[in-house]
Design a protein around this ligand. Sequence first.
Ligand code: HEC
Length: 125
Amino acid sequence: MSGKVLSFLLLLSGTLRGEIPNLNDGIYSKAQAEDGAELYATYCAHCHLPGFYVNLETTWEGMSVLDFYYKISGSMPADRPRILTQSQYLKIVAWILAVNGFPSGNKPMLLNNNLGLIKFKFGSK
Ligand code: HEC
């Protein structure tokens, strides 16, 4: 096997073995969360008081960010389900993560399968 192919394979296996992404890695951008705060005030706040998120711990422990995204994008706002765009729902999720004390990072959160690997773990914050 040529050296080039070998080093490519090593690189690839390194990526595949890479750390499972974590909610404390900063998986959304600050700008997303800021936009999300406004969207939340417009579309969600009349039903969910801020104290609502106390429940996040008990209901969402062990579930993934992707599950959370689908719950919100599939059924919320309960009075007008699915009226927002994918990017708007991502912003709202970013804001909810921010409110729950998870840090922002350099890159915006995108909808992809990686989000399915990122699990809520409140005990280890
Ligand atoms: C008209 C009232 C209403 C609005 C507006 C609304 N919700 Fe809800 N929401 C509910 C009700 C009722 C439930 C419980 C039933 C259910 O889970 O579907 C709920 C459940 C949820 C849950 C699941 C809670 C859990 O612990 O499992 C999340 C998350 C959520 N809402 C987020 C949002 C977000 C984000 C928005 C804004 C985009 C929003 N909701 C807008 C009424 C509302």
